[in-house]
Design a protein around this ligand. Structure first.
Ligand SMILES: NC(=O)c1ccc[n+]([C@@H]2O[C@H](COP(=O)([O-])OP(=O)(O)OC[C@H]3O[C@@H](n4cnc5c(N)ncnc54)[C@H](O)[C@@H]3O)[C@@H](O)[C@H]2O)c1
Length: 465
């Protein structure tokens, strides 16, 4: 990396430079290399890497922003996902003219990310919406190519790759690259207004925080044994919520948003965690034993440096009370941060702890057109790119990912885990993930009983499995 980080390349600089090259080329009577998008003007080109649900959504958000923008390349490891994503974007009338991805710019395989990014010019944008195991690999290449990035959360799932991503955050800064991280709470106009008020002391000192994400099993929360006809590797990648190396399990994938915005409200990250976790239901209704690595209940006590606590409860279980929201308790009042979902509006402030309407002192109101944090995060990123404003959410995204992993590791080991411990933990879940090919063995191997290892709190104490 080190040879490549000293070169500054903002879009503005790039356009300025390419303008000069164009002028020089005209004078010299030589052709301008087509790769630099001659005739593209200010149009920002986008490559989508990971064409699943969120990747397709992020591309749609990008194409919904004002200003010239085009999707020009797509990469995935399965044709089916890529085709579906392409069709759903291309067939939407508002996007048809902005989706310029002919078959020769649709790439498949574990190295497809490189080919998609090779279609871009410095100053264009790469979207990373694969499972998080691949973030550092793709980010390394984007920085080498001078690309701005939008990457989905979580951005890491373990200590070693977090350390790597912190270094990459600095490398991106040195190249003046703009990086958005899909922790969209941060771009909720309601939560932004709430944070301002809370930081200004509207409810005094925060003494307690609570967060809940409890609902039935969703996504790939649990997995049955691999069916024939698919490799172990592909099975684990496609069902990444089930496997810690690929996605950090349901804990990292589902719980990071509330953990992130509670750290923001507190203006600090917790310094340690202790947690409970258990798996009540390990068999499907048909009696087949699930092979994933998740627990179905988690209860985390996070502690901040000032001794205050943030309690987070997560549950994936049918038939129980569903709660999916977050709260603050201060020395002079309380707040609803997310009233439903990861950052659902409205946010509210109360002068008591009981959160009754009679005690309401403020309720968020968001301007028309600014109610979608997924769109806002793109408007904010593109504003930074087009106007060369400082914008790199990587460090904060890694911190949120690490604090999430800290709570998960506390539950999975049955030990108190500090921020320093998770940061310096040497268990890299998927070493050499950058070298994977379709034929590689999966990073997680089944034991002699045909089952993948699962956390054993109190027995496996210094690593999660
Ligand atoms: N911010 C949010 O609210 C939000 C919501 C949903 C998902 N996400 C995040 O987005 C990411 C993707 O989640 P999803 O729900 O879209 O999953 P998904 O399974 O629908 O999509 C992932 C896609 O990535 C592809 N892929 C996997 N490995 C790849 C690789 N090495 N190279 C190229 N393509 C690869 C898969 O084939 C699949 O098409 C996850 O990190 C998830 O946490 C964020």
């Amino acid at each position: 990396m080190s040879e490549t980080v000293n070169h500054k390349s903002s879009r503005r600089e790039f356009l300025g430079t390419s303008g000069r090259i164009a002028a020089a080329s005209v004078l010299a009577g030589t052709a301008i290399p087509a790769v630099h998008g001659a005739g593209m003007g200010d149009t920002i080109q986008v490559a989508l890497i990971g064409c699943g649900g969120r990747g397709t959504g992020a591309a749609a958000n990008a194409l919904s922003t004002p200003g010239p923008i085009k999707l020009v390349a797509m990469a995935d490891i399965t044709a089916d996902r890529l085709n579906r994503s392409f069709k759903s974007l291309h067939d939407k009338p508002a996007f048809t003219s902005k989706v310029d991805v002919p078959p020769e710019r649709q790439f498949l395989g574990f190295d497809a990310y490189k080919k998609a990014m090779d279609c871009l010019r410095p100053g264009d944008i790469a979207i990373f919406a694969t499972p998080p195991a691949f973030r550092w690999v793709h980010f390394t290449y984007a920085i080498e190519k001078g690309l701005h990035v939008f990457m989905e959360k979580p951005v890491t799932v373990d200590g070693p790759t977090s350390r790597r991503m912190f270094a990459l955050a600095e490398a991106a800064d040195k190249k003046n690259l703009k990086v958005g991280v899909g922790l969209m709470s941060r771009h909720s106009r309601a939560l932004q207004e709430l944070a301002k008020r809370v930081h200004d002391g509207a409810i005094g000192e925060i003494v307690l925080q609570r967060g809940y994400r409890m609902h039935g099993p969703i996504g790939a929360f649990h997995s049955l044994p691999k069916p024939p006809g698919v490799s172990d590797l592909m099975y684990q990648v496609q069902r990444f919520h089930s496997f810690l190396w690929a996605g950090g399990g349901n804990f990292s994938d589902f719980y990071i948003h509330i953990i992130d915005h509670q750290g923001w409200m507190k203006n600090a990250w917790p310094v340690k965690a202790q947690a409970l976790g258990a798996r009540h239901y390990r068999q499907s209704p048909e009696g087949v034993t699930y092979v994933d690595q998740n627990l179905d209940v988690y209860a985390v006590e996070y502690t901040y440096a000032d001794g205050t606590k943030f309690f987070f409860d997560g549950r994936c279980m049918n038939g129980c009370k569903d709660i999916y929201s977050s709260y603050l308790h201060g020395s002079k009042g309380s707040a609803i941060v997310s009233s439903g979902g990861d950052c659902g509006m409205p946010s509210k402030l109360f002068k008591s702890q009981s959160m009754q309407d009679a005690d309401l002192i403020w309720e968020s109101k968001v301007a028309e057109g600014e109610g979608d944090p997924y769109l806002n995060e793109w408007i904010d990123l593109l504003d930074a790119i087009r106007n060369d404003k400082p914008y790199n959410e990587t460090k904060r995204g890694v911190e949120a990912s690490l604090v999430t992993s800290m709570g998960r590791m506390a539950a999975h080991t049955g030990q108190e885990i500090t921020y320093e411990q998770i940061l310096n933990c040497d268990h890299e879940f998927a070493p050499d993930v950058d070298k994977l090919t379709a034929d590689s063995p999966a990073p997680l191997q089944p034991g002699p009983d045909g089952r993948y290892p699962v956390p054993q709190p109190g027995i496996t104490k210094t690593r999660e499995y």
